[in-house]
Design a protein around this ligand. Sequence first.
Ligand code: UDP
Length: 238
Amino acid sequence: MPSLKDFRRVLLKISGEGLMGSRDYGLDTTIVGRIAQDIKDVVQQGIQVCLVIGGGNIFRGVKGAAEGMDRTSADYMGMLATVMNALAVQNALEQVGVSTRVQSAIPMSAVCEPYIRRRAVRHMEKGRVVIFAAGTGNPFFTTDTAAALRAIEVNCDALLKATQVDGVYSADPKSDPQATRYEALSYTEVLTKDLRVMDASAIALARENRMPVVVFNMHGQGAFGQVMRGEGRYTIIT
Ligand code: UDP
């Protein structure tokens, strides 16, 4: 089992909902600011950090499709939503003095850099936080899959998935009091038990490339740094 304390480069996946706070839609700038501070603390520990941010707080392709839109167009809207979130997190990080670059899978030269793997790695080596926007750039995927893909591409030691609960449970702990938390799981267990922590394609990609996935709760102040020190509660999938 890999030790979290040994990880030198990690990808943090934050869902769009993770930026919403108690709102129904959009961004809570206080929450975004707190997350930026947490990321700064980890960068200051000498750990290279890159981010993938979802878009579910603004737009989700499946929802648009359910309401009658063409799925492909709806997914492109979802990907554009992730670019908005990436710019918000970039702004918050720069406000706390962290140097950043946004790289989009859909080139948008007036707004950010295009995704270029070697350049992303170089930025991280210089201590910059790289924010990967627009998911994989392809419809019919999710930002979880984008997170697994980018973590593998840029040689991260682990993919950290920030969620609303402190790990993976046997059932939804919010609705089932019998739900128990797993300390560790295998990729195959996640798939066969249908634990729905990430979509199946993301888990399959992580399994094929032996990318450890750490699931933890981003809500508490300093939660990201705590997990990187191997403290606090989380589930590790290997
Ligand atoms: N999306 C996509 N391709 C990708 C990543 C995202 O089409 O590679 C679209 C998809 O419509 C998705 C939306 O972007 O619903 C927002 O991403 P996601 O639902 O993964 O965000 P999260 O749930 O993490 O907030």
